[in-house]
Write a protein that binds this ligand. Structure first.
Ligand SMILES: [Zn+2]
Ligand SMILES: [Zn+2]
Length: 424
């Protein structure tokens, strides 16, 4: 029995300029073909190897040229699963993130892991009563069987210079550390992968899932090229005015999110915050949860910076033996417990137990940290040097701190001293 080839029906081939053709698949990833004098350069390979193979063949027939390169906008599975169709080509991906990708090919992207993953998803789908999804069906069909390959060339900058025109591959980061843009100057086209989406409601999942503040700088960079056409990783093409509008929105949005953090807004209150800028396009229905996630991300970054700063101030206060100042960094109902069972509870108890120490040096290293709801938990290693009557002593200790945010200020609520040892 011959299986009919049915996927060409679900996508459309779109000519963009004289030498660029895009294959846009409904719910799926765009594959782009750039015709150069010497051959065809493809960008991304989609999720279906047979579709990629057919698109390559069609383009080779149309232009009477052979494929020479496959450029990957990044290493996410929905952009690389068709890569085996370009096995005989130079396959180019970013140097940044390349090592991790090679490890993933042996780990969670190995054939066995992918097969097992899809089996787990199938069980979850039944247990959690997932709604039917065409896109997911395709993922389950192809993900466990396609052949994934290491790039033949890993570079953060790569130029294919043909006699008439250039194709410039350049890492930009943003959506993922391994994200690149591809610039075709002669056609005034920039291919931006998952760093942009032209249709947020239908294919915005990838874009909003990986969105962070660096998008503003990336758009500023792209704007310098003054492209006529911008090709996203998913969905319809877009242009510079649209990207600029999105960029202006994100700039305002991230400013608002920072202001919210400064005033102590809780993640659950973000979507209803009064000073949010108006969304630049039709809002996707998951936008509120995406916003909450963005806020969490920004809050985490800002919190870490604040807590790092507090550590420096706390060390300084310890250095100066300033008990009152040290108390400032603790919550009202704080507890300090020491591994031998001794504990201090609250300010009065602290003042009774406070003993000045002759510190010469204090250094901290954060060994681990977690955000847990509105708490922050960290494990800290401290190396301190004291000088008592001319005798220097270095002590290493470890502690777990549980921080809470009170009126937009981080305070230590619990300080669990795990133990210490003198080392010289
Ligand atoms: Zn992606
Ligand atoms: Zn994607």
């Amino acid at each position: 029995m011959v299986t009919p080839f049915c996927f060409s029906m679900s996508g459309q081939v779109i000519d963009i300029g004289k030498s660029v053709v895009m294959y846009e698949m409904e719910h799926n990833t765009n594959i782009i073909c750039i015709e150069l004098q010497e051959g065809l350069v493809f960008v991304d390979s989609g999720r279906m190897d047979d579709v990629a193979k057919k698109f390559r063949k069609d383009m080779e027939m149309r232009f009477s040229k052979k494929a020479t390169h496959l450029l990957l906008t990044h290493y996410h599975h929905d952009h690389i699963c068709g890569m085996s169709a370009f096995k005989d080509c130079e396959i180019v991906g970013c140097e940044t993130g390349h090592q991790k990708f090679l490890e993933d090919l042996k780990g969670n992207l190995s054939l066995e892991s992918r097969k097992a993953q899809v089996e787990r998803w199938k069980v979850m789908a039944v247990e959690l009563k997932w709604k039917p999804s065409k896109s997911r069906d395709l993922l389950w069909k192809y993900y466990p069987k396609v052949e994934l390959l290491p790039p033949t060339k890993a570079a953060d900058e790569f130029v294919i210079a043909s006699s008439e025109q250039k194709v410039i591959f350049q890492r930009v980061g943003g959506h993922s550390e391994c994200s690149a843009m591809i610039h075709v100057p002669l056609e005034e086209i920039v291919i931006l992968g998952d760093n942009i989406v032209g249709d947020p409601t239908k294919v915005g999942g990838c874009f909003f899932g990986g969105l962070d503040e660096s998008i503003v700088g990336i758009y500023d960079e792209v704007a310098k090229f003054k492209p006529k056409t911008i090709i996203p990783g998913h969905g319809p093409i877009t242009d510079l005015p649209y990207m600029k509008e999105a960029g202006a929105y994100f700039k305002k949005l991230f400013k608002s999110l920072r202001e919210m953090y400064d005033t102590g807004v809780k993640p659950t209150e973000v979507a209803s915050y009064k000073d949010l800028p108006e969304f630049y396009d039709e809002k996707p229905d998951y936008w509120d949860s995406a916003l909450e996630r963005l806020y969490q991300k920004i809050s985490s970054e800002m919190s870490l910076k604040e807590i790092d700063k507090i550590h420096v101030e706390l060390n300084q206060a310890s250095f100066e033996n300033d008990g009152e100042k040290i108390l400032n960094f603790y919550a009202k109902d704080f507890v300090v417990t020491v591994s031998n069972g001794f504990f201090v509870r609250g300010a009065d108890d602290f003042k009774r137990c406070f003993r000045p120490t002759n510190y010469v040096d204090i250094k901290n290293e954060r060994l681990d940290h977690f955000f847990l709801g509105d708490k922050f938990i960290e494990k800290i290693a401290t190396t301190s040097k004291t000088n008592t009557n001319g005798t220097e002593q270095t002590t290493e200790s470890e502690a777990v701190h549980i921080w809470i945010r009170e009126n937009a200020d981080w305070k230590i609520q619990s300080d669990i001293r795990l133990g210490s040892k003198d080392i010289e």
